[in-house]
Design a protein around this ligand. Structure first.
Ligand SMILES: Nc1ncnc2c1ncn2[C@@H]1O[C@H](COP(=O)(O)OP(=O)(O)OP(=O)(O)O)[C@@H](O)[C@H]1O
Ligand SMILES: [Mg+2]
Length: 332
């Protein structure tokens, strides 16, 4: 059965993990004798992950996806705004308490697994740290649940395939029954042939365990298969947010349109061709007005001056939002 067919109904549950007006400014070197410069990786981002739901976060390289993931995992603190877990600031919880509820699945499973530990030891480590009882039985259950053969229990990560390694990382993330998995491009380091298997596994695990997913991807169609909502990030701003099926079928923001169209066309680099020219977005020089205007095929003068807010789409469903002046005024 495909991941799309397994997609549960849209959840109306309260947000379990939420970014509210989150800003993240890094200080970056500008050369040996120059003062460091501020780099705004996220600028006022709202994102709600509802209990048991799956939301996709899509955007080009450098748009701030991993930064938002680190803030939601409590690995880094926001410069402004707040990250809330069950309505309470994440910063008020200990690292250990956050890890109990929110777990990461990263892109490169090899880099995140201890090379000198066996599979059962890796999966069981969170159970030992959080003193969860009957470790052996739970590890065996997790090995089965992620579709690994029992015989790999003593294998080292280097003895496994890329897909098997990611299954180990997913089992470890699920060990202490977290509420949310933050998956940062969980399949992009894997062979194309196993990418769909891992996505199907995440869909199955969500259905079986009720864990909520944040799925980060470059690819709008990947999140469309797994998630009922999607947020599109451009240079640190959410420019479109809504039900994944609607955003994919009828994208409204010009950047969302380019992303949706690129699903069908792959450029010479092997990356989706957005058809937006060579102007690469630079977070050290965020354009005036709408930050997308230098690349926008539908730009008008007002876009160079006015920074559009994320607002409801006229004529769209109540839970569909776009940050585009022209969409808001009904001329696009
Ligand atoms: N620790 C840091 N210090 C300085 N700048 C950073 C740091 N982390 C991220 N950045 C910058 O913040 C911006 C957003 O980076 P981020 O890694 O969140 O992007 P991304 O959307 O995950 O990209 P990719 O698709 O390539 O993974 C980039 O311009 C990046 O260079
Ligand atoms: Mg990233």
């Amino acid at each position: 059965m495909s991941a799309a067919a397994q997609k549960p109904e849209v959840s109306a549950a309260a947000p379990v993990l939420e970014a509210r007006g989150v800003t993240k400014v890094y200080s970056v070197s500008a050369g040996l004798f120059a003062a460091p410069r501020p780099l705004t990786a996220l600028a006022g981002v709202d994102l709600a992950i509802r209990a048991g739901s799956a939301i996709g976060l899509v955007g080009e390289s450098g748009s701030g996806k991993s930064t938002l993931a680190r803030l939601l995992l409590g690995i880094e603190q926001p410069t402004g705004g707040a990250v809330l877990f069950d309505g309470k600031p994440l910063g008020a919880l200990s690292r250990r308490a956050v890890a109990r509820r929110v777990q990461p699945v990263f892109q490169d499973p090899f880099g995140s697994l201890n090379p000198s530990h066996g599979v059962a030891e890796i999966i069981g480590l969170p159970l030992a740290v959080h003193r969860v009882g009957d470790k052996a039985a739970r590890v065996a259950e997790l090995i089965d649940q992620v579709g690994l053969p029992r015989r790999v229990a003593d294998a080292r990560p280097r003895e496994l395939s890329g897909g098997q390694r990611q299954r180990v990382a997913i089992a470890r993330a699920l060990a202490i029954r977290p509420d949310v998995l933050v998956c940062d491009e969980p399949t992009s380091a894997l062979d194309v042939s196993v990418q769909a298997q891992i996505l199907n596994l995440l869909a199955d695990l969500r259905r079986e365990t009720g864990v909520a997913l944040l799925l980060i991807s470059h690819n709008l169609s990947v999140v469309g298969h797994l998630c009922e909502r999607v947020a599109i990030l451009y240079l640190g701003r959410v420019v479109e947010e809504g039900p994944a099926a609607d955003v994919l079928a009828v994208p409204r923001h010009p950047y969302a349109k380019a992303l949706a169209a690129s699903v069908l066309s792959v450029g010479g680099t092997g990356l989706p061709d957005l058809g937006l020219g060579q102007e690469w977005p630079n977070p050290l020089a965020i354009p005036s007005g709408c930050r997308f205007h230098p690349r926008c095929p539908s730009v008008v003068d007002a876009c160079r001056e006015t920074d559009p807010a994320l607002t409801g789409v006229p004529g769209g469903s109540a839970d569909r939002h776009t940050a585009c002046l022209r969409v808001a005024e009904g001329t696009l």
